[in-house]
Design a protein around this ligand. Structure first.
Ligand SMILES: O=C(O)[C@H](O)CO
Length: 364
């Protein structure tokens, strides 16, 4: 049996590389002769640099930046010739903030701008930024401030709160400083920035923005957009990473799908064509796994190659009809198999145990 293992991270427990290793271990217990190909994935969110540094010939540049709540935060940029890859979640990710410390209205993307500045200083002319998994919701104002943009009536580097009373915004200093730099925003979602399908309403809850606060916060982002460029806020991906997509679009970025980029760079299509079965996975397989996320991207590649795709996930919270629409044949839940306590206490062992069960059904 030839198997391709292409999971996302299991957020909070296993990186994509660790998840792939656990699945391989479990599968081999049942099917020791299997030919296994491994391709850990990312969609632009956490793990983007980890996954790409294994396939892109480059060097890692270490930088200390301002984290979402102002703390010194270590990050790395992957430099490859004139290109630089930036994982924005390293500077503004939700995982950087303890749940009890979350202040989503104050969190800033300033550190992402510092990563861009470091990449440019190191000679990069094309900067590819992975977007997703952010703990911020500041429309990327912090990023613009770090690159020189200014404002009156408020602050660009103080999270969404700083945008509440803005009266004017000047993006020219940032545009001038970034002249000649090509930006690519590789995002995990295509949402616009404002309104019902926007960053605050759809992704605000996971960052700690309550339903009561959402209209006010969305209003602050709208105010910023009215001063900085209203139409851009409606573009695909403007709402990625709490509106960081919007700021990059203002700097002229092209938006692409993060998972498609990672799939291309890791040769996923070619790998899928060489196997009988494709396995993917992530922490929670739910409605958010659909567009632009790893499982949807991997399932599409598998389906195009006419290979079945099976998912292993911490929790499966999606119906079988919806799953099939995405191109997933079947999904197995760690929590259902071993219980929540064990799934969190021993994620590697639990995932390996589920992979062994999957192999019992699917190996031939
Ligand atoms: O970071 C976020 O807000 C989500 O992952 C959507 O991009």
């Amino acid at each position: 049996m030839r198997v391709l293992i292409a999971p996302d991270k299991f957020a909070g427990t296993l990186t994509a590389v660790e998840a792939a290793a656990a699945i391989e271990e479990g599968w081999r217990r049942q099917d020791p002769q299997a030919e296994v190909l491994v391709a850990p994935m990312a969609d632009g969110g956490p793990g983007f640099i980890d996954v790409l540094s294994a396939v892109v010939d480059g060097t890692l540049l270490s930088v200390t930046v301002r984290g979402p709540l102002g703390d010194d935060t270590p990050a790395t940029v992957l430099l490859a010739g004139e290109a630089a890859y930036v994982e924005t979640a390293q500077a503004c990710g939700l995982h950087l903030i303890e749940p009890k410390q979350r202040r989503p209205e104050d969190a800033t993307t300033y550190g992402v701008g510092q990563l861009i500045a470091a990449a440019v200083e190191a000679g990069a002319k094309r900067i590819i930024l992975g977007l997703g998994g952010s703990g911020t919701n500041d429309a990327g104002a912090g990023l613009l401030a770090a690159l020189g943009a200014t404002a009156t009536g408020g602050r660009l580097d103080a999270g969404a709160t700083g945008l509440a009373e803005l009266t004017a915004v000047d993006l020219e200093p940032a545009r001038e400083r970034m002249a000649g730099i090509e930006f690519v925003a590789a995002s995990d979602v295509e949402n616009p920035m404002l309104g019902l399908r926007g960053a605050t309403n759809i992704f605000g809850t996971q960052k700690g923005i309550t339903d009561e606060r959402k209209p006010a916060v969305d209003g602050w982002l709208t105010r910023f957009a009215e001063l900085a460029g209203r139409k851009t806020a409606d573009q695909k991906g403007a709402g990625a990473a709490g509106g960081l997509g919007y700021a990059l679009l203002l700097l002229g970025a092209d938006r692409i799908s993060g998972i498609d980029l990672v799939a291309d760079l890791t040769g996923l299509k070619e790998k899928a064509s060489r196997v009988d079965l494709v396995l993917s996975g992530e922490g929670a397989f739910d409605f958010q796994s659909r567009d632009g996320k790893v499982i949807a991207g991997v399932a599409k590649v598998a389906n195009d190659a006419m290979r079945p795709c099976v998912v292993l996930a911490g929790k499966v919270q999606i119906g079988s009809r919806e799953m099939r629409t995405m191109g997933v044949e079947s999904a197995y839940s760690l929590v259902d198999a071993v219980g929540e306590e064990r799934a969190f206490a021993d994620p590697h062992g639990s995932l390996a145990a589920v992979a062994e069960r999957v192999a019992r059904t699917w190996a031939r």
